[in-house]
Structure formats: C-alpha cells, structure tokens
Design a protein around this ligand. Sequence first.
Ligand code: SAM
Length: 289
Amino acid sequence: MNRQKSFENEKPTLYLVPTPIGNLNEMTPRAIEVLQSVDVIACEDTRTSGQLLKHFHIEKRLISYQNFNEDTSTKGIINLLSQGKNIALISDAGYPLLSDPGQRVVNEASALGYNVVPLSGCNAALNALVASGLIVQPYLFIGFLPSSQSDAVKKLREYKNYPMTLIFYEAPHRIEKMLQSVLDVMGDRRCCLARELTKLHEEFLRGKVSEILEVASELKGEMVVVVEGNRDDYEKDVDYGQLLHMVNESIEQGMTTSDAIKETAKKTGVSKNIIYDLVHNKERKENIC
Ligand code: SAM
C-alpha cells in the first residue's frame, strides 16, 4: 500500500494543475500560486502554455511532456523529483491526463512514493455533463472514440448497453460521422452537444441525436457530446412497494393484471417490463412485501 499525506512530509511533489478551457478567469488563485512556486512546469506545447503563463506573469522553466515523448519525459520528471525538485504538470487546456498526456508520470511518481497532488479546476466533460439535462450519475467518461470508423463503431457497440450517461469528446470535422454512428448503433437517444464551453459562443444543443445531427454540419469549435445511457433495463429510482400497491389497487377495482400493469406504467413512467417483472417475480415481491 502507498499512503500519501500530501502536506505532512518533505517529499518532492508532482502537482496536477488544470488550466482554463476557454475563459481565462477560470484560472484559480491556487493554480497560479502553485505554478509560481514549482521548479519546473511540464506541459504539452511549450508555445501554447508559454502564452498562458505569460498572461499570468509566470516565468518558469518549461519542459515538454507529450504522448509521443512520454517515455523519455517521464524519466526526466522522475529524475527532477529525485533531485528534490517540485514539478507542475499542465496540458494545453483543462485537466492533464483526461484525454491528455500524464498517465505514465503519475503512475511512476506515485509508485516511487513522491507526492502527487491534484488541484481542482476546469474540465470540459464535467461542464457539459452537469448542464446537459441528462441524468448525471452514474456517468462514463469516454473521451475521443478511435479515429478509424470501424473501431469507433466497435467501441460504440461495447457501450451500447451501458445504463450510465456517456461523455464523448469530438472534433468538429468528425462530428457528423460520430453522431451518425451513435444513431446507427445506439438508436435515437436523448443527447446534449455542448460547444465552446466557457467562451463567448458557448452553446448547448439538447434533443434527440437525430435532431442534433440535422444541424451538425454547421457546428464549429470545441465540443463535447453527452449521450443518455441505455434506459431499457434501467430501473430508475423506483419505489417498488408503491408500484405493487398501485397494481393491486387497480386489480381490486376490477382490472385484469395486464391492464393494471399498463395503467401503472402510464401513470408512473416506469416501463411495463419492469412492472411486469415485479408483479410476476415471486422472490422479489416477497422481499418487498
Ligand atoms: N484535458 C481536457 C479537459 O480536461 O477537458 C480535454 C483535452 S482534449 C485534448 C480536447 C477536447 O476537449 C476537445 O476536442 C473538446 O472535445 C473538449 N473541449 C476542450 N475544451 C472545450 C470547450 N471549451 N468546449 C467544449 N469542448 C471542449
């Protein structure tokens, strides 16, 4: 076991620092303070991060940490930690690691017993999720689908039966294809496309996948797609005792069991299959009664 009391030791620290996904006012005072205090900042594109840091008057040594050089830059960062240096890892925007580089250095630094300390902050997926109007818990963050169309479809098939809300990242030039694949594989589910989050042209398109697909070719900028999970077998937040009570009451009033189930489904919005299962599944019924 590896137990880290972040602020009760003298060990060198790797800070995970989120940066704004558009609106620079979302840079937190703590993020600025940490970036000013560390010895080195590891980032994706030194030019992109250089501009951000300049805006906040932060002058630090920058080193590049990207997917293609993750091996060597992880070694470099571990080496700096071993010399007692504190490092901040940032990405071009949002949280490092989430659809961005950083996984390897976090694994290695934590396994070697260095502090790995996250800061709270910006993340496009969570912004989109909480404003999507879809059920937010549980959710599954998927990020980008594979770039090959057949691999993307394979992945979608894998997620098709998941009941949790699904969050995807997508680039504007691929959005039509992506939504079409979601429609083909998962059906016409409720969906929210959130684009240009925190920026001047922020927009949310909430509706069925097919409706958003109709206007997808016009959409520009950075985007997140939030898709409703598979609701077929999802039992919602159901009060089973109350459901049974409603069915029994209707039967007592002279309805057939089948009609009582239909009536209860109509009144509550719970699927007929779930109520049927409840009424006819002896074991579960006994547990409720
Ligand atoms: N690490 C980042 C995070 O925490 O959100 C994500 C980086 S990933 C390389 C970039 C993708 O995130 C974009 O293609 C887009 O799907 C999404 N994204 C980033 N900023 C966004 C924004 N302002 N509005 C909508 N989506 C955004």
